[in-house]
Design a protein around this ligand. Structure first.
Ligand code: GUN
Length: 279
């Protein structure tokens, strides 16, 4: 039976630390503010944005929500970002993805001032992650690294397999594991013999977006399994990319869904926002 890697426990410790840092900045007369933009009526995005705002409140970060209608034009969104880039009360800007299909997401990401890019999606920050010298780390991969550290799971020399090659998770995840001296492989939808690859993983990160995609026969005995998935199963229940009930019998450590990676992603957003002011 695997030991559970609890994102709730790691988050709680980290959020206490962030709260202290925010209070210290407040004592110096500095506030910490995050602008959160949501466009349209995506219900999952609404839940994420509400959770992010609530987490800000908990640690003393001011959150400013901009909820824009579905029909918002790209030009209007870019105007708002330009205004927020110049607003001294706004230290971080987060534009919740996905955006409606008539808006070019990369153009929006590119418009955010890199020093306020708390998602670390801007090419400037992505480039810094590539060379291993950074201000902001992307929240989900950074949260996973924090969890591994908290549970004393060493990456050095380990075979790490990441399933998924998104700009948000898969690619930066690979970079952070590499920086910790992991031997890293990225698998994706075109990978041949995926099971052969995943079976070699000491650390397996699933960022696929498909419920129960990783089954027990794909996991090596004793592997550390990290589940980035946030899906709904046939009964409408929240579930990850990993078949948790079966895989946890083989893994040495595993993250649950919910209560695993999700809370850490939000915690690292808070970390980046406070860092934007400290730096
Ligand atoms: N949509 C899903 N995950 C994220 C995230 O980490 N940041 C933003 N901005 N949008 C997302």
């Amino acid at each position: 039976m695997a030991e559970i890697i609890s994102g709730k426990i790691v988050s709680a410790a980290k959020r206490e630390e962030i709260k202290t840092r925010v209070a210290r900045l407040n004592e110096q007369g500095k506030s910490v503010g995050l602008a959160v933009i949501i466009v349209g009526n995506n219900s999952a995005s609404r839940v994420y944005v509400n959770n992010k705002k609530k987490a800000c409140e908990e640690v003393g970060i001011n959150s400013f929500e901009y909820a824009l209608p579905e029909e918002t034009t790209q030009a209007e969104l870019l105007d708002l970002i330009a205004q927020l880039n110049n607003d001294p009360d706004v230290n971080g800007i987060l534009c919740q993805l996905p955006l409606p299909s008539h808006i070019d997401e990369q153009a929006v990401i590119n418009a955010i001032d890199p020093s306020k890019d708390v998602d670390a999606f801007h090419p400037f920050n992505v480039g810094h992650i590539m060379i291993g010298d950074y201000t902001f780390l992307p929240c989900t991969p950074a949260g996973i690294m924090e969890m591994l550290k908290f549970y004393n799971i060493s990456v050095k020399g380990k075979k790490c397999v990441v399933i998924g090659r998104s700009n948000i998770v898969g690619k930066p995840m690979a970079m952070l594991l590499l920086k910790e001296n992991g031997t890293v492989e990225i698998c994706h939808s075109r990978t041949e013999n995926l099971k052969e690859e995943t079976l070699s993983a000491d650390i397996l990160v699933a960022a696929v977006g498909k419920a129960y995609f990783v089954t027990a026969d794909m996991v090596k005995e004793g592997a550390v399994v990290i589940d980035v998935g946030m899906n709904r199963n046939a009964e409408g229940k929240l579930c990850g990319d990993v078949d948790y009930d079966e895989v946890e019998k083989k893994a040495s450590f595993i993250t649950p869904v919910p209560g695993g990676v999700g809370p850490m992603t939000i915690t690292m957003l808070l970390e980046n926002t406070v860092r934007a002011v400290e730096l």
